[in-house]
Design a binder for this molecule. Structure first.
Ligand SMILES: CC(C)(COP(=O)(O)OP(=O)(O)OC[C@H]1O[C@@H](n2cnc3c(N)ncnc32)[C@H](O)[C@@H]1OP(=O)(O)O)[C@@H](O)C(=O)NCCC(=O)NCCS
Length: 170
């Protein structure tokens, strides 16, 4: 049985280790994703409702965070990171975290989410190349991996470069 809920203070150590473990064998990683999460939590881009853990077998096995970013005068979300413990991968936990995050983000009124990642994984959740929604592709990033999802049909078009939280160092 899988439960997805907001992280609490008592989860923080487990979340740190989980992210470190999941990214240790990831195709793309700089090895600091767990520290990025610590930094984002104390930034003004942090949204407590959108820092979610997945709990299975009474353990935290998955994690997702969405933080605020901007493009022109619009605030949007950035999905990063997403991590599932290796022993629990391929069971739909990453998908469940993404879908629950989308549900909450929509409820909170956000119009768009951006993600930098696999162009075979994220499109199944509705992400498309962000350039098609008006965002400029950052220098050095393949356009196919810089994706965005329009959450609300009435959201105005995006334009300009995406301004990430400074903690991303981008
Ligand atoms: C990416 C990740 C979160 C997926 O979690 P998960 O719970 O295994 O995902 P799900 O079970 O919901 O989905 C599994 C599907 O995603 C695909 N998938 C998993 N990781 C992928 C990746 N890095 N690139 C492309 N596809 C991937 C699987 O091949 C599988 O495809 P299928 O349904 O066609 O068989 C997990 O593999 C992970 O933590 N990886 C290490 C950290 C990482 O790379 N995070 C993403 C940063 S963009």
């Amino acid at each position: 049985m899988l439960l997805i809920r907001r992280e609490t203070d008592s989860d923080l150590d487990a979340v740190y280790t989980l992210i470190q473990t999941a990214f240790a064998t990831a195709e793309h990683s700089d090895g600091t994703e767990q520290d990025l999460v610590v930094a984002l939590r104390s930034s003004d881009t942090f949204i407590p409702e959108l820092a979610l853990v997945a709990v299975a077998d009474a353990n935290i096995v998955g994690y997702i965070m969405f933080t605020k970013a901007s493009a022109g005068d619009q605030t949007l979300l950035v999905l990063a990171p997403l991590a599932v413990l290796p022993d629990y991968q391929q069971h739909g936990i990453g998908s469940a975290l993404i879908r629950e995050g989308h549900r909450i983000a929509k409820e909170l009124g956000y119009g768009y989410i951006s993600v930098l990642g696999s162009d075979t994984y994220y499109p199944r959740f509705g992400y498309q190349p962000a350039v098609q929604l008006g965002l400029e592709v950052p220098a050095g990033i393949p356009a196919a991996n810089f994706m965005a999802l329009k959450l609300r049909p009435e959201a105005p078009p995006l334009c300009g470069p995406l301004q990430y939280a400074k903690e991303f160092g981008l």
